[in-house]
Design a binder for this molecule. Structure first.
Ligand code: PDD
Length: 285
């Protein structure tokens, strides 16, 4: 069944939604995006996603053509039009199209705004039971990873490499230290049950799920430490896990073929996942 998608002010069938070949999102990845999870037909952590979108736009001088309130209205309309119960809403804003390929752009260029739904099972994902296997690879991305741009080729290549190595995803390494996952934030749990994750900076995306987990960890008396950690420390950790809007929390059971802890999903990860989902359902809009 065809989805109804949103393109520049209109709701259209996906096969009727067309963008110019000169769109800067297509030619230069001159674009930002957000993914908001949907549970029971409601938006999860959406205020955080829209706030980060605004920040990404500000950093790149991109102009959002609609207000946050209007965006939420579009997201809700898409959920309804597509009968979406569980999955996500993808939102992308590009700098737009000036009718040719040119590195430079004018200030009054009209942006392109696209949103579409993706139906998928988030709560009953089999990965929560099996955990995921990751391989570590060099983080070759640019130095403004805090901006959520669509320059995702390094992540696509890395995930492809992981699948070829019989793994599910990657953890990215810079100067011997873990930055984040292929499309997630990365955590380890030490022997005294402290959750460790890299501090916020331009080196990583400021995950919205990460921010919620940090708050929940505090509320539920988990010990949490924001500091750098090496891949060797991760190999020896009691547990490891990732977080994102598309996974919530998934345990990591092996890194570079080395089992983490007893090689099974860890208790802290599973507890955080449960607490996150319960709270998210309560606060969903
Ligand atoms: N990715 N780090 C990176 C590099 C990411 O791409 C993502 C999310 C995260 C987690 O952020 P959040 O908790 O706000 O989803 C961290 C999305 C899900 C994606 O690209 O599909």
């Amino acid at each position: 069944m065809e989805r109804t998608v949103y393109l520049n002010g209109e709701y259209v069938a996906e096969s009727k939604a067309h963008i110019s070949i000169f769109d800067r999102g297509f030619l230069f990845a001159d674009a930002v995006y957000e993914v908001t999870a949907v549970l029971n037909g409601k938006l999860i952590d959406n205020a955080g996603h829209l706030a980060r979108l605004e920040r990404s736009c500000k950093e790149l001088g991109l102009k959002l053509p609609v207000t946050g309130e209007e965006l939420t209205g579009i997201q809700k309309a898409l959920i309804e039009k597509n009968n979406l119960v569980e999955g996500g809403i993808y939102l992308q804003l590009t700098r737009g199209d000036e009718g040719d390929r040119d590195f430079s752009y004018s200030e009054d260029i009209k942006p392109t705004l696209v949103l579409f739904t993706q139906s998928r099972s988030l709560i009953d994902s089999p990965k929560k039971d099996t955990g995921i296997r990751v391989i570590s690879i060099d983080d070759i991305r640019w130095r403004r990873r805090d901006i959520k741009t669509t320059q995702l080729l390094p992540a696509c290549l890395a995930k492809h490499m992981a699948h070829a190595a019989n793994a599910d995803d990657v953890w990215l390494i810079e100067n011997g230290l873990v930055t984040e996952g292929g499309s997630s934030n990365a955590y380890i749990v030490t022997d005294d049950n402290t959750i460790v994750t890299r501090p916020l900076s331009n080196d990583i995306l400021h995950g919205i799920t990460r921010a919620s987990l940090m708050k929940l960890a505090d509320d539920f008396d988990f010990k949490i430490e924001e500091r750098h950690f090496t891949i060797e420390e991760a190999y020896a950790a009691k547990e490891a896990f990732i977080s994102s809007a598309t996974t919530f929390v998934w345990p990591v059971v092996a890194i570079d073929d080395k089992p983490i802890g007893n090689g099974k999903p860890g208790e802290v990860a599973l507890k955080l996942r449960e607490v996150y989902i319960n709270t998210a359902l309560e606060m969903a809009e």
